[in-house]
Ligand binder design. Structure first.
Ligand SMILES: Cc1cc2nc3c(=O)[nH]c(=O)nc-3n(C[C@H](O)[C@H](O)[C@H](O)COP(=O)(O)OP(=O)(O)OC[C@H]3O[C@@H](n4cnc5c(N)ncnc54)[C@H](O)[C@@H]3O)c2cc1C
Length: 403
């Protein structure tokens, strides 16, 4: 085995899975994570098809299944109309036979437990510079002293540092999909367990989901915005002000939710944008997960794709016995069809999840009960999810995993 010293930037889902499999195959992974400890934040994520299989191969399936969110029913609320309630498995089953929805933090902590032994962790640090040469990679850090590695893997999320250092600024790769997302948690003093609620108004929507483990509610606001906003990514005051302005005239629980915005400890705000790159490796450097191919937050597929790609990346490095010149092109070839298919999911789900006009909302509300009452063969022709999104998600979920 060659090139066994591998530095992974980011202890998120992609980083921890890559570290686990590399260690198991005989590599010596080190993970550098900017946060002081693993980041347990975030709401629910979906594992579909082959991603569930990777979790099973890691021996984690019983624990992951035991931690399902259990949110099985959804009600859509539109002012002035009768609420529409449906079982959520009618959305899930057309994508893949196997599906688990789990809180991101729960999944990350289970992965960390599995990927702890035999992996070096540098918490509270980040890569400052990467110098590649014929013999390896010299990496300097913000705090730790410089070290040499054989390979560097960027698994540091949508705003990846490794991508920025080695491939260029985010603006080259980020594509805005015409919407914004805001999320936070609040105490649950009224929602029944297992039941999601979605409020819908033209060009905006709010979804509330009870969180079993914490007894909180996860609130997610989505709204359309033609052009990308120009303010800074960390300008919390302007982000919160904008959310209050956009939803100011709405009814249902929205006014009371908006009063919680300034005090929310986990307030999160982001454009719905995807990362599009032609290549995910360059010499001794590779990208995995959102760093290289984020299909867009909140619209599905990102976690499944990250899990599958991390497994394939580690597997290809092992199969080539550390020869990255063979392994990294094989990795790119293996994931390319799924990554390209995943790019269709975001744009079409933004249109479906956030209808623009009252007419679009009415059409959706009338169509859904008809589709729900129809037999499965009709549902295959008129699916509840947009056809392009469904095709993309199916392709991501059904990547064939090497043994
Ligand atoms: C705190 C948080 C909350 C999230 N909430 C949700 C959610 O509710 N729903 C959802 O669908 N998706 C959420 N996501 C995104 C989701 O986890 C990813 O889309 C998907 O799982 C792919 O994972 P990833 O490992 O590629 O990226 P991520 O899960 O984003 O992990 C990236 C990791 O890299 C670390 N990192 C970032 N920059 C650096 C750096 N410079 N140096 C070292 N480490 C760095 C981050 O701290 C993080 O631990 C969240 C991500 C984070 C980090």
């Amino acid at each position: 085995m060659r090139n066994v010293r591998v530095l992974i930037s980011g202890a998120g889902i992609a980083g921890l899975i890559t570290a686990y499999w590399l260690k198991r195959y005989g590599f010596r992974p080190t993970v550098v994570e900017r946060a002081e400890q693993i980041r347990l934040g975030g709401h629910a994520v979906d594992l579909w098809g082959s991603a569930v299989e990777v979790i099973e191969r890691m021996g984690l399936l019983p624990a992951v299944e035991a931690s399902r969110t259990g949110n099985d029913i959804g009600t859509t609320i539109v002012p002035g109309r009768r609420p529409l309630t449906m079982p959520l498995n009618v959305l899930a089953t057309p994508i893949a036979d196997r599906h688990v929805e789990i809180m991101r933090g729960t999944l990350v902590s289970l992965l960390f437990e599995r990927a702890r032994e035999g992996v070096d962790y540098l918490f509270g640090d980040t890569i400052r510079a990467i110098d590649t040469n014929a013999d390896g990679v010299r990496v300097s850090f913000e705090h730790a002293s410089a070290r040499s590695f054989d390979l560097v893997i960027g698994a540091d999320g949508q705003h990846s540092n490794v991508r920025q250092l080695m491939f260029g600024p985010a603006s080259q790769f980020s594509r805005y999909l015409g919407a914004y997302l805001c999320g936070f948690s609040l105490p649950n003093d009224w929602m029944p367990p297992g039941h999601l609620a979605r409020y819908l108004a033209p060009a905006k929507t709010v979804t509330l989901a009870p969180i079993r483990e914490s007894g909180d509610i996860a609130a997610m606001f989505l709204f359309r915005r033609l052009a990308e906003l120009q303010f800074q990514r960390h300008d919390l005051d302007r982000q919160q002000q904008l959310v209050r302005e956009v939803f100011a005239a709405e009814g249902w629980h929205v006014p009371s939710l908006l009063t919680r915005v300034p005090s929310a400890r986990d307030f999160y705000f982001s454009p719905v944008s995807q990362i599009r790159m032609r290549r995910w490796s360059q010499g001794r450097i590779a990208l995995v997960g959102d760093a290289g191919f984020c299909p867009a937050p909140a619209v599905g597929g990102g976690t499944t794709l990250a899990i599958i790609a991390a497994y394939i990346l580690a597997g290809e490095l092992a199969r080539a016995r550390g020869d990255y010149t063979a392994a990294l092109p094989n990795y790119e070839r293996a994931i390319r069809p799924a990554v390209e298919a995943s790019r269709d999911v975001g744009p079409s789900l933004v249109r479906a999840l956030i209808p623009r006009t009252p007419l679009e909302i009415t059409f959706g509300l009338r169509l859904a009960p008809l589709v729900l009452r129809s037999p499965p063969c009709v549902r295959r022709i008129v699916p509840l999810l947009p056809r392009r999104a469904l095709r993309g998600l199916r392709q991501v979920a059904s990547v064939t995993l090497p043994a």
